[in-house]
Design a protein around this ligand. Structure first.
Ligand code: ADE
Ligand code: ZN
Length: 326
């Protein structure tokens, strides 16, 4: 209908996307066959049926298992270009995507396999689809800070091709402060700093992301709304939040999409953006996130345009490129 056409016609950037989370069951099956890997599922339908999560950890267990079919550079390139084709269909013109090096190096792949494959897919997306992108490597927070330092060492030859670092995986019990030293070292190497905070974790973790890590963006940030002073600070600082409504619904961060805080965030003056997180697992790409959220909480066309504008102003593009898109 017309809202759908309006949203797809709105040029937008996606700022919160885990490339491993764009692995559709069909591709998972095809790669399992290509690489002669046994999956604990007999069909695509059986995989989809397993995607009923009650919290973040529930999802992460299945997500790390799914990533096991990714074995070669070609696999990672195929995964990446498939995502960008979906983004193109949703009116996306730019993306800043996460990947988790440790998910792959910990199962024996050389650091270069995922990195080279994803970078090749990004180049292909620019050449064939005209979509620009940047790559962010995320440290897995359920592992040690020393393991993150080892990842930063392995990334050394790639640092000119990474725009930043992120912090993801199970949040509760793994506060941002656990990674204070490696994030400082990452910043000193010219990388911008992201952290998932306030998805399941308390407002205190958002404070730590700001005060201890000095983040350039907050991923999710939902629970910051529980603290008025924190909310005001995020508004005053103009910090971009990469919010993911369908992820929040799938992982029971909200009980119903009608209860999603996206409208409230915009009305408070927070720099919220709308993103898909792990679209193959959460039932929709960036366009669906805009549409279903708009329908559920009553976003106006002005709100939707603000979300799209925030996706460029909050991006890590140079100022001239931001201005070109806004
Ligand atoms: N890794 C992939 N998706 C994630 C999410 N929503 N939160 C934390 N870690 C993740
Ligand atoms: Zn995420």
């Amino acid at each position: 209908d017309t809202l759908d056409a309006f949203i797809r016609g709105l040029p937008k950037a996606e700022l919160h996307l885990h490339i491993e989370g764009s692995l559709e069951p069909e591709l998972m099956f095809a790669l399992a066959q290509r690489n002669r890997i046994d999956l604990p599922f007999q069909s695509v339908e059986e995989i989809r049926a397993a995607y009923a999560f009650s919290n973040l950890q529930d999802f992460l267990d299945i997500y790390y298992q799914g990533a096991g079919v990714l074995q070669t550079e070609e696999d990672f390139q195929d995964l990446t270009i498939a995502y960008f084709r979906r983004l193109k269909a949703d009116g996306g013109v730019h993306a800043e995507i996460f990947y988790d090096p440790q998910t792959h190096t910990d199962r024996g792949l050389p650091f270069s396999v995922a990195a080279d494959g994803i970078l090749a897919g990004m180049k292909q997306a620019e050449d064939e689809l005209g979509i620009t992108s940047r790559l962010i490597m995320s440290y897995l927070r359920h592992l040690s800070e020393e393991a993150a330092f080892e990842t930063l060492r392995q990334a050394e030859p790639y640092l000119d091709r990474f725009v930043g670092v992120g912090l993801d995986s199970g949040e509760v019990g793994h506060p941002p402060s656990k990674f204070a030293n490696v994030m400082k070292a990452s910043r000193e190497r010219g990388l911008l700093i992201n952290a998932h905070a306030g998805e399941e974790g308390p407002p205190a973790y958002v404070y730590e992301a700001l005060d201890i890590l000095g983040v350039d963006r907050i991923d999710h940030g939902n629970r910051a709304l529980e603290d008025q002073a924190l909310t005001r600070r995020l508004v005053d600082m103009g910090i971009t939040l990469t919010v993911c409504p369908l992820s929040n619904l799938s992982l029971c961060v909200v009980k119903d999409l009608k209860e999603h805080p996206m409208k409230r965030m915009l009305d408070l003056g927070l720099k919220a953006t709308c993103n898909s997180d792990d679209p193959a697992y959460f039932g929709g790409y960036v366009g669906d996130n805009y549409i279903r959220t708009a329908e559920a909480v009553g976003l106006t066309r002005d709100d939707l345009a603000t979300l799209a504008k925030n996706s460029f102003s909050g991006s890590f593009l140079p100022a001239a490129d931001k201005a070109r898109h806004i």
